[in-house]
Design a protein around this ligand. Structure first.
Ligand code: NDP
Length: 284
């Protein structure tokens, strides 16, 4: 049976570290504050936002919600982004995605000051990551790297395969794995013979958003498997892109769903908010 890479436990440690960092800044008179922009009332988005704000409260980060009706204009949101960029009391902020209707998030993301971009999803942050400049890292890929590192999974020189090339997960993850000196292959929906490619992986990260698509036939004996996918099951539980029971017979270690990458993503938002506060205070 594969060793479980326990995202809940590692995330709890990161939250403790962040709480310590927040207290240190408070002692120097630097409050840490996260602002959240929410447009519309999509139930999943409302739940995500309230979870993130509860996480903030637990580590001593103040959070402020800027909620708008679904028919808010891009101009109005852009004005808020510019105000938050310039507000010295705001350590960092993010826009909960997806935006309602057909509103394009790109002009808004492009306007975020990279030093306050706690989601790490602006084109500026993505570009800085690509060329190796310091930046706030997107939470899910950074969470994967932190989880692997803190569980003692070596990346240097190893064959890593990422399934998925989204701007949110796959692409930044590939860059972060490269930064860790792994040899990286990225697969996507046009990849020919996916199993042939994924079987090369010593570290396989799956972020395709296809429930149960990865089985034992995709996994090299002894590989480390990270399952980023999240899907609601019929009985209200959660499952991933990997057929866990089947793969745990071949992998040496794997992340569970729930309790793997999800808690890490949430913890990395807090980590980034603290980092942003340090940047604003000139301490980083
Ligand atoms: P996207 O839908 O944006 O991207 C999916 C990627 O997977 C695309 O690049 C797509 O290829 C590729 N893909 C889809 N089907 C296949 C296939 N059959 N074979 C190979 N590649 C395929 O999803 P996200 O990146 O936003 O999210 C991926 C998953 O991760 C989702 O389940 C999401 O819910 C979950 N997630 C979990 C988080 C967490 O905290 N645990 C956070 C964020 C996301 P192509 O580009 O060719 O279309």
């Amino acid at each position: 049976m594969a060793r479980v890479l326990d995202g809940r436990a590692v995330a709890a440690r990161i939250r403790e570290e962040v709480a310590g960092g927040v207290s240190e800044l408070a002692a120097r008179g630097v409050p840490v504050r996260l602002d959240v922009i929410l447009a519309g009332e999509d139930p999943a988005s409302v739940t995500y936002v309230s979870n993130k704000r509860r996480d903030c409260a637990e580590v001593g980060i103040e959070s402020r919600l800027h909620a708008f009706p679904a028919d808010v204009s891009q101009k109005e949101l852009l004005a808020l982004v510019e105000r938050l960029n310039g507000d010295p009391e705001v350590s960092g902020f993010f826009i909960q995605l997806p935006l309602p209707g057909r509103m394009d998030p790109l002009p808004l993301l492009s306007a975020i000051d990279p030093s306050k971009d706690v989601d790490g999803l602006s084109p500026q942050s993505a570009g800085r990551l690509a060329v190796g400049l310091p930046c706030l890292l997107p939470c899910t890929p950074h969470g994967v790297i932190q989880l692997l590192g803190r569980c003692g999974v070596e990346l240097e020189g190893r064959e890593a395969v990422v399934v998925g090339r989204s701007n949110l997960v796959g692409k930044p993850l590939a860059l972060l794995l490269l930064r860790e000196n792994a040899t990286v292959t990225v697969c996507h929906s046009r990849t020919r013979d996916l199993a042939e490619v994924t079987r090369r992986a010593e570290v396989l990260v799956v972020a395709a958003g296809r429930r149960g698509m990865i089985g034992a036939e995709h996994v090299r004996e002894g590989a480390v498997v990270v399952d980023v996918g999240i899907h609601r099951t019929e009985d209200g539980g959660l499952t991933g892109d990997v057929r866990q029971e089947e793969v745990s017979g071949r992998a040496s270690a794997m992340t569970p769903v729930p309790g793997g990458v999800g808690p890490m993503t949430r913890a990395m938002l807090l980590y980034n908010t603290l980092e942003a506060a340090r940047l604003q205070a000139g301490l980083s």
